[in-house]
Design a protein around this ligand. Structure first.
Ligand SMILES: [Zn+2]
Length: 141
């Protein structure tokens, strides 16, 4: 019996050779698919989520078994970039909420940098200097 499982493992390894395997995107797709599937089964009005959940699981499986490694790596890099961007935005929102009584955040119209300045008081016209491009712009608080 032990030999049978060893052989099965070896056969599986041989079968998986040259295939992409799992990565962060596959993992996220699988987890999201499973959660959506569970929700669609448990909560009646969410039954419409069953098909997207199934699609996510199939996509995840397809990616894992794919032999086109270059394409899968590109998808992974895009996903990681997207996740990193979302994380930065979330961190900014968290900081804006934390500083909501002491600071103001403005977006520089020239270089799109976020400028954080101490609360100048309400109803005043101020000149904001960007820390990145040193451009000036007017804001009303
Ligand atoms: Zn700027």
């Amino acid at each position: 019996m032990k030999r049978f499982f060893e052989n099965m493992g070896r056969m599986f390894q041989t079968w998986m050779q040259g295939r992409y395997g799992t990565d962060e995107l596959s993992y996220t797709l699988s987890m999201a698919g499973l959660v959506l599937m569970l929700l669609s089964c448990l909560i009646r009005p969410l039954g419409i989520l069953y098909l997207p959940a199934l699609a996510m699981l199939v996509w995840s499986l397809y990616r894992s078994l794919s032999r086109n490694i270059y394409k899968r790596q590109n998808e992974r890099n895009k996903y990681l970039e997207l996740r990193r961007g979302a994380g930065k935005k979330l961190a900014l929102l968290k900081n804006m909420w934390r500083d909501r009584k002491t600071h103001r955040y403005y977006k520089c119209p020239y270089c799109k940098a976020i400028v954080r300045i101490p609360m100048p008081g309400r109803g005043k016209n101020i000149v904001v200097t960007c820390h990145r491009c040193h451009g000036h712009f007017n804001k009303r608080t």
